[in-house]
Structures are given as C-alpha cells and as structure tokens.
Write a protein that binds this ligand. Sequence first.
Ligand SMILES: *Cc1c(COP(=O)(O)O)cnc(C)c1O
Length: 343
Amino acid sequence: MSKILIDKEAYFHNLALLSKKAGGVDRLMAVIKDNAYGHGLELMAGLASEFGIKLAAVKNLQEALHVENYFDEILILADHPPSTSVGDKISFAVHSLEFLKSFPVKSNIHLNIDTGMHRNGVSMSEIENALKFIKDTGLNLKGIFTHFRSADDFNGELFWQQENWKEAKKIAKQSIKSLGLSMPKFHSCNSSALLRAKNGIKDDFARCGIATYGYTHIDKNIATFNLKPVLSLYAHRLSTRVLKKDQKVGYGGVYKACEDMCISTYDIGYGDGFFRYDGKGDLKISNGQKILGRVSMDSFCIEGEKDEVCLFDDVSEFSEYFGTITYEILTKLMPWIQREVNL
Ligand SMILES: *Cc1c(COP(=O)(O)O)cnc(C)c1O
C-alpha cells in the first residue's frame, strides 16, 4: 500500500502566489490534465475548487466528465471532436481548421492559434477564415489561445512569440467585431510565462500546471519563486533480511554487501511509475539512503527496517538524475497508488 501524500497547504500557497501574479483567482486556470500531473484528478479538482478556482484544463473528455461538478468551465486540451454534444461547462481546444469542421453545432470551443510553436493551432493567416467558419456553423467561441514553446528558456524566444500573439489577438479582435461575434477570452501563459510576467498579464487568464504543483524549470540561477512541492511518495516495507557480506541483492546482483547488513524491500517499483534505476549510480531517497541494486517492477531495497519510507517529497533531484523533467516523473505515477491529503 504505497501512498501519495498531497500537501494541501503547499498547493494553496502556490495557487495564491500564481493567482496574485495573474491578477486574481478568477484569472487562473488550473491545469489538472493527466490525472493532475499524477497528483490525482478528482482530489486536486476538489482542492482547486475549494481554493476558489473556477477554470480548469484537462486532457480529454473522460477527464472532463470526472471533474464537471467542480468548476464553471473545463477546457479539454488534447482530444478529438466528440460525436455528440457534451455538457455546457465543457469546452474543446480546436487545433486545426480540419477539426473545426467536425464539432457538433453549439459546441463550446477555444481556438488555438499557432504563433510559432508549430505543434498545433490554426496559422495566423487562417484566423479570419476560422472565425467566419465558427460564425457560419454556430459554434460557441469561448476562447482564443496560443501556447509558448520556450517559456522556460531565458533567451529572446518568449518575447518573439509574445509579439506574434499580440498580432494574432489584433487580427482576431478585428475580425470578431466585424463578424458580430461576442468577444471570447484570450489566454496564452503557462506556468513559466506567468512566472516571468513582470507586470501582470495582458490576457484574460493564465493556464498553470507545473507551478501549481510546486515546480518550474526556469533556471534557479536566474530566478526563484518560492513554490512548494505538493506531492510526496511513500513506500511500505514488504520484507526484511540480513544480506551477508559478499551476497548480492536483486536482478543482476548489482549491489554487493561489503559486510553483513539488514536490508528491507519496499512496495514501489517501475510498474508503479517510479523510474527504473539500474543500481549503478548513487540514487538516494529523501532521507539520504541509497537505493540498493536495481529497482524491480514492484519493489526496491534499502538498508534498515523502517515500516514506511519517503521516496521523495521534492521530485527535482530525481528528474535531474534521470535526465528528464519533473512533469514526466509526476505524470508517470500510476492512478492506483492511494492518494491522501495531508491535513
Ligand atoms: C500542459 C499545458 C499547460 C500547462 O503548462 P505548465 O507548464 O505545466 O504550466 C498550458 N497550456 C497548454 C496548452 C498545455 O498543454
């Protein structure tokens, strides 16, 4: 019975800090896609709503239906047009002209504009066409947005894309007026872009994921933001034994005891979403103890016989160790791990 503990105070601290930056709690969309970055979708939806968050973003329709009751609006970021109409609170991000044509009449949509990332969205030259099509087919345009490709990087890229976004907004606003459509909400910033915004944002709201969970990949040497990690991962002891001098533990016998030692095996492995450590480095859990040998599918070993150990309460070190980003380690944590709020 491995366990994820959610620190409510830390989550509220981050939400308060980000809402303030965005200009109010109504101007912060909580991104809770992918099981709330592994934190637990419904649990985090409940907390976000308790804090006063009204807008949320999820991955697909299935996630949206799970959290429909917690928010005023739920934006689906990465799903296909539904075959029938869905609840009034649910909106879809539209990533291309082609997809625009497949939505049921009156669907709520947010039009994605490609301002330079070239992953998704209609191009700047397609904006007017898209808006005309939206009007002609009776879709409900609730938002227009873009996504920045380099909000984490301290070079000029963010500013370049923000200029394109400014231009896109101008084109869209003119076209919306001349078509007689009602003005939608505009949004562009993710966590990093919001954190970097010096004097507030020029949009209606920001979409924040990773920073609400306590992390940013903005270089620490350039700026720090006093975010607090929300999730800690705990494992529980399955068995204990003495590993005698020169005995080896686990697959491949990668770890060899230099002297007799007491070791225990705990109930988390790479099958739970924890990364597969090969036992050859120096990977430590939060109390500084080294993981002994390879991580198995459902277990790992350390010295001692504690009943419960914390693998991490800040995932930054693990993400650096594995050469990845905090997002990846967190989203991989399997949904069956029990999640609890730390009160
Ligand atoms: C995931 C996502 C976000 C949130 O990004 P963070 O860096 O976690 O704040 C915002 N917008 C879109 C379109 C996304 O896909």
